[in-house]
Design a protein around this ligand. Structure first.
Ligand code: NAD
Length: 356
């Protein structure tokens, strides 16, 4: 079997997950890495035994079959377009781009070619999310009528909210734009393409610089389903939950713990007497014991949503499977990230103007 070469651009935090995923992907080898900060590239190359450190993107693109982009979002379009002009396959960290027009140009470049673009919509490959998807497909909670995503964080624990200079602060909608792809592709995957209904922001004078809209509620609707996302920079709890309400039950996914629970209890006199939440807690504990074993084993083996999505892309590149991120999903995410991000910015500007 011939081996495809990978060139990775951007050796910051997330590159570690990519490089360890490529190491476990048969038929692919990381040929070299590049970073605007040479010391970071050196350190990652040493950590993963990569032979080559590139100084120029041109050289990396010329010598690699796959270009894996792990730089901040504002730089994605330029790097990706250069790679696509040379017919290289692309692995892109989300958010794919920061402007819809960039995405439109890219789709034209791949039209009618065999070039593949995979955007790292990694939560689709989390065990808990896949379990939830299976439960929904099996009809265990009936028809999905409501999706609720909670991203509750604070500047003490969220590295992107620390200080005034993280790159995410300059994105449309600030730090929230960095996470928005997750909310949008999960909504798209579980309920189809819903339309944006409203964006409601609270812009406190004390809001951190990365999230000047420190509480945001987004609502989308369509296909008989309502989806809401709550972003907050004011919660010490650090919660990343994804709840799917169906006509016959409810699934709750704790994304940070990679743990899903399902409940489809009907109301009843003895259930009320025992306490529904207490009965549900019993079910959660029973499922949790076995599931935590699975969680520990996967961590020991170094399996992660990143390793699964990269292996899935690798299979699709060698003609053995579906593309992990269909272009209509990416299109949906890019379109609504742009609309929501810009609406948050508009409301932040209005709140600032009202204060002066
Ligand atoms: N899928 C996920 O769960 C997930 C998690 C974290 C980050 N991300 C995404 O990964 C990307 C990178 O995030 P990060 O946290 O690793 O950022 P980071 O700031 O830790 O690293 C980015 C690196 O890119 C380098 N860089 C910047 N511009 C460059 C350029 N033009 N050419 C070469 N190198 C350049 C920087 O020097 C830095 O080392 C972002 O798009 C982010 O949203 C995704």
């Amino acid at each position: 079997m011939s081996v495809l070469s990978v060139g990775l651009v951007g050796c910051g935090v997330i590159s570690e997950a990519h490089l360890s995923a490529w190491k476990k992907t048969p038929g692919f080898k990381v040929r070299g890495v590049l970073d605007a900060n040479r010391e970071l590239a050196d350190a990652r190359a040493r950590q993963f035994g990569v032979d080559r450190i590139y100084d120029r993107l041109d050289d990396l693109i010329a010598e690699c079959d796959v270009v894996d982009v792990c730089t901040p979002p504002a730089s994605h379009a330029k790097i990706a377009e250069q790679a696509l002009h040379h017919h290289r396959h692309l692995v892109m960290e989300k958010p794919m781009v920061t402007e819809v027009s960039d995405w439109t140009r890219m789709t034209k470049l791949v039209e009618g070619t065999s070039t593949k673009i995979a955007v790292i919509h990694n939560l689709k490959f989390a065990t808990s999310v896949r379990t939830a998807k299976r439960w929904v497909t099996e009809g265990r909670i009936g028809k999905v009528i409501r999706i609720q995503r909670e991203f509750l964080t604070n500047p003490a624990t969220d590295r992107m909210l620390v200080g005034d200079s993280h790159w995410s602060h300059k994105l449309p909608g600030g730090r929230w734009f960095e996470t928005l792809p997750h909310e949008l592709y999960l909504t798209h995957w579980f309920s189809g393409p819903l339309e944006l209904d409203s964006v409601t922001t609270q812009c406190s004078p004390t809001a951190p610089s990365g999230a000047p809209a420190d509480d945001v509620m987004i609502s989308m609707k369509g296909n008989g389903c309502i989806s809401t996302f709550h972003f907050s920079a004011n919660c010490s709890e650090n919660r990343r939950w994804f709840t799917i309400q169906g006509t016959e039950g409810r699934i709750v996914v704790d994304l940070l713990s990679d743990f899903a629970t399902i409940s489809s209890l009907k109301d009843g006199t003895w259930r009320r007497a025992m306490g529904r939440s207490i009965i549900e807690a019993g079910g959660t504990l029973a499922r949790g014991a076995a599931d935590r074993g699975r969680y520990g084993l996967q961590r020991i083996r170094g399996e992660s949503p990143h390793s699964r999505i990269i292996q899935s892309l690798a299979k699709s590149l060698t003609g053995q499977g579906e593309e992990p991120t269909p272009l209509d999903e990416v299109d949906y995410v890019v379109t609504y990230s742009d609309r929501i991000g810009r609406e948050i910015d508009r409301q932040v500007a209005a709140a600032r103007a009202a204060r002066t």
